[in-house]
Design a protein around this ligand. Structure first.
Ligand SMILES: NC(=O)c1ccc[n+]([C@@H]2O[C@H](COP(=O)([O-])OP(=O)(O)OC[C@H]3O[C@@H](n4cnc5c(N)ncnc54)[C@H](O)[C@@H]3O)[C@@H](O)[C@H]2O)c1
Length: 371
């Protein structure tokens, strides 16, 4: 593959994760050759620091300069959600491939604009739903598709963390309604993505959204701001394939750090997964000798591609940054003419529609069709 130059906008949690993945990918996936060209952050000092530490050639405090830079082929967007639309549309208009963090937009209307613009321009897009890049998630999806669980009878999914559980946690962009919803957008988007990855489209939603902490302190002031977004979202969902399930998103779940978890039940078996132990998939197969009844713990290893590219030995385990590296590898291969593996802006639009439908359902206290 020829070298492909990357511009990353944002140097926070995800800006760093993207840069690390672009740095790592060529050493793990043979033939991929991204180069870190420019990093942009509204905070110039942060941009300069990231440039030096992460190995970019240049930095800027103006993301528009990055997007207009003729050397840049990939624009990686890791800013707060409210900026994703404008940045994506500008990048697409400049003919760049876009790697955008999730959720891609405050609402499905904006998400559709982004998707349509990218598809009309013929650029490749990738959205940061990194958790489904776990090879064990690929195995789970394959087992479900192969009928190894029999007919699917139910799904229980949850993404719970506790980073907003302290009522004194200050107001930040994550509470700003102009950037979209709260926990359902920040965390719920991941578990909705996982549910769709495993079981296909969600057709109907009945949701109950709740704001537990009503006001938050304003940083550097004695004032408090009212909170208009959800802390907890509880959804009952109906999948197009016929089965039903529940989905919870919760950022005030005291003690939970990365409880992104699911259970899929079928007539012949069950699968259980939790991101806090991302190298394990638990499998119950019905009909075994009752003396051996119980869950089998499947451990990730070189037999689960692309684990073996990271490490030749089983049991040594993949981590969060490795999932981001797999995401980047899929994106680069698609730019190089390979089969796009997504999730792309179209899939992210579908996820956003489920979120928007849940908001309406909760407001109107009734089942709503995802449309
Ligand atoms: N995929 C995942 O697992 C995952 C995890 C965390 C966050 N995210 C997503 O990543 C995005 C960023 O989240 P984060 O946790 O990295 O946030 P963050 O607050 O740590 O970082 C945001 C960065 O954007 C910069 N920024 C803000 N406005 C800007 C502008 N106009 N121009 C240039 N830079 C600007 C900030 O200075 C900061 O460096 C969000 O969309 C979030 O939902 C995804």
């Amino acid at each position: 593959m020829r070298p492909i130059r990357v511009g990353v906008i944002g140097t926070g949690f995800m800006g760093r994760a993207h840069a690390l993945a672009y740095r790592a990918v060529s050493g793990i996936f043979p033939g991929l050759r991204p180069e870190l060209e420019v990093v942009a952050d509204i905070d110039e000092k942060a941009a300069a620091g990231a440039c030096q530490q992460l190995g970019f050639r240049r930095y800027t405090s103006d993301w528009k300069v990055l997007v207009a830079d003729p050397a840049v082929e990939i624009v990686s967007i890791t800013t707060p959600n409210v900026f994703h639309r404008e940045m994506t549309l500008a990048a697409v208009a400049a003919g760049k491939h876009v790697h955008c963090e999730k959720p891609i937009a405050p609402n499905a209307r904006d998400a559709r604009d982004m998707m349509e613009a990218a598809e009309a321009a013929g650029v490749v897009t990738q959205v940061g739903y990194n958790y489904i890049k776990n090879p064990l998630l690929g195995l789970a999806r394959e087992m479900i598709a192969n009928g190894e669980l029999g007919e699917i009878t139910g799904f229980r999914g949850i993404h719970a963390e506790d980073y907003m559980s302290n009522p004194e946690h200050p107001y930040s962009w994550r509470f700003d309604p102009s950037g979209g919803a709260g926990a359902i957008a920040d965390l719920g988007s991941h578990i909705i993505c996982m549910a769709r990855f495993l079981l296909g489209p969600i057709e109907e939603v009945m949701a109950d959204l709740e704001t537990v902490v009503k006001t938050r302190p304003v940083r550097g002031s004695a004032d408090r701001r009212p909170i208009e977004v959800d802390d907890i979202a509880r959804l009952t969902v109906r999948f197009a394939r016929g089965c039903r399930g529940s989905i919870e998103a919760n950022w005030v779940a005291t003690g939970r750090k990365m409880h992104l978890a699911f259970e899929v039940n079928g007539t012949k078996g069950t699968l259980v997964f939790n991101q806090e132990r991302l190298n394990e998939l638990h499998y119950y197969r019905a009909g075994r000798d009752p003396r051996h009844s119980g869950f089998l713990r499947i451990e990730t290893g070189p037999q689960h591609h692309p684990y073996g590219l990271f490490c030749v030995a089983p049991g040594h385990q993949l981590g969060f940054n490795d999932l981001k590296t797999i995401e980047v590898a899929d994106f680069l291969k698609a730019i190089d003419g390979g089969e796009p593996r997504g999730p792309d802006l179209r899939e992210a639009y579908e996820i956003q529609k489920v979120i928007d439908t849940a908001l309406v359902s909760s407001r109107e206290r009734q089942w709503k069709v995802v449309s």
